[in-house]
Design a binder for this molecule. Structure first.
Ligand code: C5P
Length: 405
């Protein structure tokens, strides 16, 4: 979980839809990230889920009534409005959306919304016909016009038996939006291209040459860039990681496919980070049929070199800020420095392989930044999301220093 949530004051507003029970999981995830969450339940929300459930999960208060403030220690709606860094309305019913869009203030949540200037994230969830109703859509557009964030509901089977958009998105999708709202928008205007994961180089229809890269570092970079306002394209080799809404994700299999997609996206990009562990070699021939043992004790594979995509980018680069990764078992600094120079990079992120908590498959990494002017920065073991944040901090700093061509 990201440290962005730590000690942030979040008001979770829950209105009366069947998805109200999902707000429990959302509250838990926000609290896991050490956010301080106060809850407001509308009258109808309490028919789906009781305040007691939330009281057991957060010490920061569960509010149901405009006059709750008469309870000892409770905040009134004005104090709550001053306390909140962010408001999440999940689920947001058609009624709550309509009230917020038109400035009604006839209960605690609607009154609080008018009193609180902090960013607001509405997560509509309702029957598909209601969601698609042009009155609801007009109200949603009105909310967007006021600068509020509105998350698209997920599509799928709904509790009412119909199918279509209207489901409350999974907690991780809502949390991703929350992290964006709490992040500085210092990458706004940047077009970030990231590669992630391994590549598969086919031997025959069922076998391939690969490496253990899972894509976690590249996906972290893509998420962090999106949170900070960038337009992100992620080109990923095979991975079990799911695409993140709002990130244009292109899935490829081999180094040659990755090369084609990267070269296509490169000219329009302003920052390019090649976190993928591309196979340096591929089998010269791909046997069209599955290779049989046929009693042979040994099998020889002829490998030929794959194009070095990053090196080509280094030759082509104009104003792009180019970042490479170097995962090394030996002579980390020397090898990384050589790649920085040979591939014409603006930054190389070197990470030792074989240490616990760092590299392939871990949620954490331990890296060293090396810059063309010889400066280095060594970081302790930290979450890949945090490493990604520091990589972008460094890129922003370096870009400020670099004169534009
Ligand atoms: O030379 P090495 O493979 O260690 O370099 C690592 C860097 O080069 C990574 O950023 C990786 O994505 C990139 N690379 C590439 N194409 C290759 C091999 C590596 O873009 N064929």
């Amino acid at each position: 979980m990201s440290s962005i949530l730590k000690e942030k004051h979040i008001v979770l507003g829950i209105s009366g839809g069947i998805a109200a029970y999902k707000a429990v999981e959302l509250l838990r995830r926000l609290s896991d990230g050490e956010a301080q969450v106060a809850v407001i339940l509308t009258r109808n929300a309490q028919r789906f889920i009781t305040p007691l459930t939330f009281q057991a999960l957060t010490p920061y208060g569960v509010y149901t009534d405009l006059f709750d403030s008469y309870r000892p220690g409770a905040m009134d709606h004005i104090q709550l409005a001053g306390w909140a860094d962010l408001i999440v309305l999940a689920p947001a019913t058609a009624n709550l959306i309509a009230k917020a869009a038109h400035g009604l203030a006839d209960d605690l949540i609607s009154t609080f919304l008018l009193a609180c200037p902090s960013p607001k994230l509405f997560c509509p969830a309702m029957n598909v016909r209601m969601y698609e109703n042009s009155i609801v859509q007009a109200n949603i557009n009105r909310l967007k016009g006021f600068g509020y964030q509105v998350l698209e509901p997920s599509a799928g089977p709904l509790a009412c038996g119909q199918t279509g958009p209207g489901r409350l998105p999974d907690p991780e999708i809502i949390i991703e939006e929350v992290l964006g709202l709490l992040s500085p928008q210092d990458l706004k205007g940047e077009k970030v291209l990231i590669t992630a994961g391994c590549t598969w180089e086919a031997i025959d229809p069922v076998r391939f040459v690969t490496n253990p890269s899972t894509g976690k570092m590249g996906f972290s970079l893509a998420r962090v860039a999106k949170r900070r306002g960038a337009q992100v394209t992620l080109i990923s080799g095979p991975t079990h990681l799911e695409s993140v809404p709002g990130i244009s994700t292109i899935r490829v299999t081999s180094a040659l496919e990755m090369e084609k997609e990267v070269l296509r996206a490169f000219p329009a990009s302003t920052i390019v980070i090649k976190a993928a562990a591309v196979s340096d070699y591929r089998p010269q021939e791909v046997t069209p049929h599955k290779i049989k043992k046929n009693g042979q004790a040994t099998l020889h594979l002829n490998l030929i070199q794959n194009p070095d995509i990053l090196r080509r980018l280094g030759q082509k680069k104009k104003n792009q800020f180019l970042v490479g990764f170097a995962a090394e078992t030996d002579d980390l600094i020397q090898n990384a420095l050589q790649k920085l120079k040979e591939k014409n990079l603006d930054l190389i992120v070197a990470n030792p392989i074989g240490k616990p908590d760092a590299g392939f498959g871990w949620d954490t990494n331990q890296v060293l930044f090396l810059f063309p002017d010889g400066k280095t920065k060594s970081l302790p073991v930290m979450l890949k999301d945090e490493v990604a944040g520091l990589i972008f901090d460094s890129i922003i700093n370096q870009k400020k220093k670099k004169p534009k061509k």
